[in-house]
Design a protein around this ligand. Structure first.
Ligand SMILES: Nc1ncnc2c1ncn2[C@@H]1O[C@H](COP(=O)(O)OP(=O)(O)O)[C@@H](O)[C@H]1O
Ligand code: SF4
Ligand SMILES: [Mg+2]
Length: 321
């Protein structure tokens, strides 16, 4: 299987913007390594603050990594790319953001918003072809008939419709990779399922690869072929979606699973039980970053960062047990 994207030992440290903590860094990503196969959906799951968005932003080159390699379509991305190459990359790698409203320019109609990527990336010969392409993709995301939407402004649309515009815009330029950062978390439940199904349909019909970020394990399982579980800036477990869910290995994955809404819990979200919140990433815990919360913690857990070990077929976890 060919790999579209490979991350090798990627770190991202943000300098802390405070006089008292001058010279310190937020360790938002540490030693993040994974590969995405062509056509695959890979989910990244973890609580808020675990480094998911930073990972997407590093892949999208919104931020440059502190160290490590990002390899796309077989080529390592250099820190500084010529403008043309950077633009080409931004066409091939599209993002869908969490906030469907914030991502759309409120002063432009849907038609104008949809036109922008065609102009920027010089796609389509002439007005007519661009309009046809826009209509086609709007129909694919369920905004039909397109004429009813192209003249509207974002504030005239519902949250679900706005996110459909964002998704249409991401797919319009025929990218190779889509990074979707919690695309349904701000939508009401009634919209979530149809938007997830629509993204899966578009992913198949447009033949793209997909990184799907979510804090919801059930959503990750529904959407993805494989799941990465991130905690405090590091990958804790990675493997085929069914194995990560049904044969979870890492204590943190088990904790996430126990907190997920289930029929037994009346579909209510149970608070994460073991003590404490996600630790400060300015001074991350020594050794295993999960040790202050881990129910199975042992003395040596705080000594060294555990390496990622194979625990099954294509299944890996970062735990000394
Ligand atoms: N631009 C930034 N500057 C400084 N710290 C940041 C920045 N972006 C994210 N962080 C920090 O990095 C950590 C990971 O954040 P993020 O990647 O947004 O996590 P998630 O998406 O999993 O909630 C957090 O501690 C966050 O405060
Ligand atoms: S290494 Fe230790 S603290 Fe970390 S998850 Fe495994 S048992 Fe828990
Ligand atoms: Mg985030």
């Amino acid at each position: 299987m060919t790999k579209i994207l490979v991350l090798e030992g990627v770190t991202k440290h943000f300098p802390v913007n405070s006089f008292r903590k001058h010279g310190q860094f937020v360790h938002a990503m540490d030693d993040v390594s994974f590969a995405l196969n062509n056509g695959e959906v890979l989910a990244i799951v973890g609580e808020s603050g675990s480094g998911k968005t930073t990972t997407a932003n590093v892949i999208a080159r919104i931020y440059k990594q502190t160290s490590g390699k990002v390899i796309f379509e077989g080529k390592e991305l250099s820190r500084f790319m010529p403008r043309v190459e950077e633009l080409e990359y931004h066409k091939k790698v599209q993002m869908i953001f969490q906030d469907p409203f914030g991502a759309l320019n409120p002063t432009r109609t849907v038609g104008r918003i949809m036109e922008r990527p065609f102009v920027i990336h010089k796609i389509g010969r002439g007005r007519r072809e661009v309009d046809e392409k826009i209509d086609e993709i709007l129909v694919q995301v369920g905004l039909e008939p397109p004429i009813q939407f192209t003249e509207k402004f974002p504030h005239e649309l519902s949250g679900g419709q706005r996110q459909r515009v964002n998704i249409a815009r991401a797919f319009a330029v025929e990218p190779d990779l889509i990074l979707a950062d919690e695309p349904t978390s701000m939508l009401d439940v009634s919209n979530r399922m149809s938007i997830m199904n629509m993204m899966l349909f578009l992913k198949e019909s447009h033949g793209v690869s997909f990184v799907y970020i979510t804090h919801d394990l059930a959503g990750a399982r529904y959407m993805s072929d494989r799941i990465i579980v991130m905690y405090a800036g590091m990958i804790m477990e990675i493997g085929p979606a069914d194995r990560v869910i049904n044969s979870s290995y890492h204590p943190y994955t088990k904790l996430l699973k126990s907190a997920a809404p289930s029929p037994e819990s009346g579909l209510k979200r149970i608070p994460l039980t073991t003590g404490g919140d996600i630790p400060s990433l300015i001074n991350p815990p020594s050794g295993c970053r999960f040790h202050p919360r881990c129910p199975f913690v042992r003395e040596d857990c705080s000594k060294e960062i555990p390496t990622i070990k194979k625990v099954g077929d294509h299944h890996y976890a970062r735990c000394i047990l």
